[in-house]
Design a protein around this ligand. Structure first.
Ligand code: FE
Ligand code: FE
Ligand code: ZN
Length: 303
């Protein structure tokens, strides 16, 4: 199983990300090239990239399974402010260049939000932008993430995803990232994941699916909320999530956890602990641990 989590991109960039992934016993990971909420980005230090690649090789992490996530503020759907639309396109181009320098193959992108626009026009704006950005000679594939449909988010159903893919000229350079929390919140039943894949394969080849974000959801199906819960502590539940990662049709694609950090409810409410090492172990074992939160707090407090 290829499984990892979101990790931070530290002062040493990708090298810090690899170290963090190793500390969770992960064999893949996902990172942002800076803060997810802003577009401040540092230059890439190539000697540190070399060290990061070496550390991956020595720890059984195949760089072809490592994922980069573009920042949230890129919105290719809305062009009502021309400068903002251009900014998003240019930033995405730079993000692709950064991935190339880092040796990363896959860049996850939220398709965008229509805001005040007609959703059909907004979808065409996304297509236009992606066709500008996606070059034949690029080594980077953009993975459009399936969204919860919060606010005016696009990419919330299979029909929108199909429309986007159908109109991308350079189809070798486009793919899909499924997110289980988003799919649940968008109205797809994660207890019947094979049915979702059947519906998907009627519209698009399953080969487009290159990554899976594995998250439980704090909200019921079709709630259009997008709030992630820890594995087995949400409305999707442990068994359904375990079945999804063990689905033979998604066997070779990386599974990435984006579940929330655990708060220390005992004394220091400010401390938050990453759950990934524990959730990965639980998923590999295939057995739900109802005391996971307590175990995490206890282990971090005594270490
Ligand atoms: Fe995302
Ligand atoms: Fe996600
Ligand atoms: Zn989300």
């Amino acid at each position: 199983m290829i499984i990892g989590s979101h990790v931070s991109y530290g002062p040493q960039g990708l090298l810090d990300s690899v170290k963090e992934a190793i500390s969770y016993n992960a064999n893949t990971f996902m990172f942002y090239t800076g803060a997810p909420q802003n577009t401040l980005r540092k230059d890439i230090d190539l000697s540190l990239v070399g060290a990061a690649h070496e550390l991956m090789q020595n720890n059984n992490i195949d760089i072809n399974n490592v994922i980069c996530h573009a920042p949230y503020i890129i919105n290719l759907a809305n062009n009502t402010t021309e400068t903002k639309y251009q900014f998003s396109i240019n930033f995405l181009k730079e993000e692709i260049n950064r991935c190339t320098k880092l040796g990363i193959k896959y860049l996850v992108l939220h398709p965008g939000s229509s805001v005040g626009l007609d959703p059909h026009i907004a979808l065409d704006n996304i297509i236009n932008a992606l066709n500008i950005v996606l070059k034949n000679d690029s080594k980077v594939t953009i993975l459009l993430e399936t969204m919860a449909g919060k606010g005016t988010e696009l990419g919330k159903n299979l029909e929108e995803i199909k429309y986007l893919i159908d109109h991308i000229i350079n189809k070798d350079k486009i793919g899909i990232c499924l997110d289980t929390c988003h799919l649940n919140d968008a109205g797809y039943d994660m207890a019947n994941f094979d049915h979702y894949l059947d519906e998907f394969s009627k519209l698009l080849s399953l080969d487009y699916i290159k990554c899976l974000h594995l998250n439980d959801s704090k909200n019921p199906i079709n709630s259009h909320k997008d709030r992630h819960a820890n594995i087995g502590f949400g409305t999707i539940g442990f068994t359904n999530l375990l079945n999804i990662i063990n689905n033979p049709r998604l066997k070779d694609i990386p599974k990435i956890l984006e579940t929330p950090y655990i708060g220390n409810t005992l004394e220091d409410k400010e401390r938050l602990y990453p759950p990934y090492k524990y959730e990965i172990a639980m998923l590999r074992k295939g057995e739900f641990n109802p005391n996971l939160m307590e175990d995490i707090r206890n282990e971090y407090q005594t270490s």
